[in-house]
Design a protein around this ligand. Sequence first.
Ligand code: GDP
Ligand code: MG
Length: 371
Amino acid sequence: HDGATSDQLAKKLKVKLKDMIDKCLDINLLIKSGDYIGIQLANEIAALYDYRAENVAFDEDKVIGKEQLSDEDKSKLPLRNPIIAIMGHVDHGKTTLLDHIRNAKVVNEEAGGITQHIGAYSVKAGKSTLTFLDTPGHAAFASMRQRGADVTDLVVLVVAADDGVMPQTRESVKYCNNAGVPIIVAVNKMDKEGINPDRIKSELADIGITPEEWGGDTQFVPISALKGDGVDDLLESIALQTEMLELRASDKGNVEGVVIESKIEHGRGPVATILVQSGTLKKGDSLVVGETFGRARSLTDHLGKQLSKAGPSTPVQILGLDEAPSPGASVDVVKNEREAKKIVANRVAERKKLEETPKAKVSLEDFFAMA
Ligand code: GDP
Ligand code: MG
């Protein structure tokens, strides 16, 4: 299950249920004992209790200098590119689709550019630039989600027309519903003989993903990832739908980002791909990344081009971290390496303290996995 009752949540947050109900009323949220609470709502309620602050004794946000923007201020921020993930059952064509988009769209526009696999890439689609997460596989998403790093703005759900709805299709739909992420369905392998796309539509409608032409609100785009048919239509659909989301982020102020993937490379040390979410990351910045730190010695994009800076929705590979951070780890820019070390030391100490305290050992996410 991906949820639990209000009573269980209150217990987990170590507060009285009545107190939690009152607090929720303050934000016009009516809950009562026994109500089922989904993960997203649970995180909102947990935020009312500063659940994070409970884990971090000293005020990290103050050290880093985070500021909260009002809704009005947020609406004035510049638009940013959408982040798209491709999900679906194994062998339904996720990798083929990602490869096709990368090969067809990235290299052509940058003559001579050789695409590097860094875990994400950006392509142009009409007026829009779309950033694709190039890490299919649920482990990476699960890991990011566990850290509350839902970076994805839209999911392309790939369903093979010759196979239909399968376990990981259902899992992906559940993930999107929980995270509140909209879906576009790519009905793949349309080049195959004897397939029936209407069957795919009705199977998906059965799990709540109803096509627009059947009165639902999900776009279905028939494609062949192998031959490339329909891929331009798919990109156009993604562009149109994400334009309507009016995604915004500041390219100024405090830098926030998240690790997409990382590894240790021979001769280069820890290499991490970071997706900047807010602010502008610059070469030479001092960073705190999860429980590691360092300086962004170099910034490289998906074409292997050296950058001096990277703004919101830009995936960049960086060198200069002390260790390889986990996917989903948060990225913060701090004044200098000394500050960075201080924050990391504190994070490690707090984690150890939590690990030693049996009642606090279970994370909110683990708790839901158990419920
Ligand atoms: P993934 O596990 O979802 O990443 O699936 P892959 O992209 O690895 O594809 C699995 C298999 O399906 C491979 O043999 C692909 O060549 C094949 N495949 C993917 N897309 C298509 C398509 O549009 N048409 C056909 N006929 N085969 C496809
Ligand atoms: Mg694959």
